[in-house]
Design a protein around this ligand. Structure first.
Ligand code: ZN
Length: 138
């Protein structure tokens, strides 16, 4: 096994700190925003379901944090570097570029094509778990 798991774990932990710091500062600016606005306008915005930029940023950071935690957990379980979709090794170059990657390049590109609504090439049957159509993003 050529993967330097310790180095990857260190990188993931460093990245985790960056994202946590970003979440902290985002929440601080959110607090300031809340204080500077009349509460009525705030309630109105929530009723109208207006997502503020900070909330979107917050959600992205949380998603990234979840991916990092997931990658760290897979290192612990010895499952790191294996494509979640096809079970093949993800490849060291890709893991070094994206330490929290959970799919190999082929599967990630296929998922991207699906997400964009492009017609996908006939899928090979690999006997792996099939993904639900569409995905979680709404
Ligand atoms: Zn794959």
């Amino acid at each position: 096994m050529a993967l330097d798991l310790e180095a990857l774990r260190t990188r993931l932990n460093e990245r985790r700190e960056v994202v946590l710091e970003r979440l902290r500062s985002a929440n601080e600016s959110l607090d300031e925003l809340d204080r500077s606005q009349p509460s009525e306008a705030e309630e109105e915005a929530q009723e109208l379901n207006i997502a503020r930029p900070q909330v979107i940023l917050d959600q992205r950071s949380r998603n990234e944090l979840a991916e990092i935690d997931d990658a760290l957990a897979r290192i612990e379980h010895g499952e790191y570097g294996i494509c979640e979709t096809c079970g093949e090794p993800i490849g060291e170059g890709r893991l070094l570029a994206i330490p929290s990657a959970i799919q190999c390049v082929e599967c990630a590109e296929a998922a991207e094509r699906r997400a964009q609504g492009m017609p996908s090439e006939p899928e090979r049957v690999l006997g792996g778990p099939t993904e639900p159509e569409g995905g979680a993003d709404t």
